[in-house]
Design a protein around this ligand. Structure first.
Ligand code: NDP
Length: 323
């Protein structure tokens, strides 16, 4: 089968198309024919070696496709499914854990299906888990026009929160307002002060910060007394280690660094969050923006665009020409 294979970690150029052996599913997996693969920031961390995997490896975790073979015959061949936990998804075939498959309605948009689970579940657990937003709460979301950002904004606005987002361009500002942001801000040294002004000096209840290095210090400065800083990513680079005493100085604040795995680990939690995302899409309450799609062979360009901040919403790889 065709796949993107990484033989050494590094820049986007290490994403090379290759002919490799098809994988063989274990008894708790099914083999899936991939139609469209999701591209996520985490894929760039593996490509760069920030998160480690043994080389050679096929990157990617997410996609949509049809079941080819279930070793125990539980799921019919041809069933359309989506997933977000199958390492090796930048390929024509991948093995997916049976209990992490999500059935996709027949008329579902395939670009949305390929990108909805990782970013959608993340947006759901941030706003309905890490800090459960309620009517009138104040939150900040960095990278407000990104994949997770647009979705978290919609969930937060639907919960009745005041949503302050941070973006880097006029186009992204417009998209963030369309998603329901109350006020859209730009990065810079004044960011924390601006957030304090918007909240009458108090600070927000929670900051959802997926940018990391460049925004972290300001995130600590913009939460209220006993508020929560949720550092969920590192798009600008990893945050340096901190002295816990700083959490005291900033106002007895809470700091958490969550993961999808941790926030879908309870009995039934993965399916609960996945179904919440799918249902919100079906009901028209959660709009996905897939700004770009690339042929599988152009995975390197997809990573360049993502890391150069050129994309908005989600992006996907066309493994087969179905979208
Ligand atoms: P995005 O679509 O949000 O792309 C990243 C965005 O980060 C860019 O578009 C850009 O938006 C912003 N950004 C700010 N500074 C930089 C920089 N120096 N270089 C590049 N981008 C920058 O990606 P995703 O939605 O896939 O992921 C967003 C974040 O969420 C990532 O950090 C990712 O690792 C994290 N994540 C965490 C998960 C978890 O469970 N912990 C799960 C899924 C994602 P702008 O130009 O507006 O600043």
């Amino acid at each position: 089968m065709k796949a993107i294979q990484i033989t050494r970690t590094g820049g986007p150029e290490v994403l090379q198309i290759a002919e490799v052996e098809s994988p063989t599913p274990s008894d708790d997996q099914v083999l899936v024919d991939v139609l469209v693969a999701g591209v996520n920031y985490i894929d760039t961390y593996y490509r760069e070696g920030i998160y480690s995997a043994t080389t050679p490896f096929i990157p990617g975790f997410e996609g949509v496709g049809r079941v080819l073979h279930d070793p125990i015959g539980k799921i019919a061949s041809g069933t359309m499914v989506a997933w977000n936990t199958a390492f090796g998804s930048y390929a024509e075939q991948v093995c997916v854990a049976r209990d992490k498959l999500v059935a996709v309605p027949n008329d579902f948009d395939l670009s949305t299906a390929a990108s909805m689970l990782l970013q959608g579940i993340t947006a759901h657990y941030l706003t309905h888990g890490v800090y459960e937003l309620a009517d009138g709460d104040n939150c900040v979301i960095t990278a407000g026009a990104g994949g997770v950002g647009l979705l978290a904004t919609q969930f937060a606005a639907a919960a009745g929160a005041n949503v302050y987002t941070v973006v880097s361009s006029d186009e992204k500002e417009e998209l963030s307002y369309q998603a329901g942001a109350t006020h859209v801000l730009r990065y810079g040294p004044e960011l924390a002060n601006q957030v304090r002004e918007l909240t009458a000096g108090k600070g927000v209840d929670v900051v959802y910060d997926g940018v990391g290095k460049d925004t972290f210090e300001q995130s600590l400065n913009m939460v209220r007394n006993r508020g929560t800083v949720c550092l969920f990513g590192a798009a600008s680079g990893p945050v340096a280690p901190i002295d816990p005493q700083i959490l005291n100085e900033k106002g007895s604040i809470f700091l958490t660094r969550p993961s999808v795995a941790g926030w879908t680990s309870r009995e039934g939690e993965f399916q609960m969050r996945a179904q919440a995302v799918v249902q919100a899409v079906v009901d028209g309450d959660l709009k996905f923006r897939v700004s770009d799609s690339y042929p599988l062979e152009e995975a390197a360009q997809a990573h360049r665009d993502l890391q150069d901040r050129k994309t908005t919403g989600s992006i996907v790889l066309r493994v087969q020409e179905v979208i």
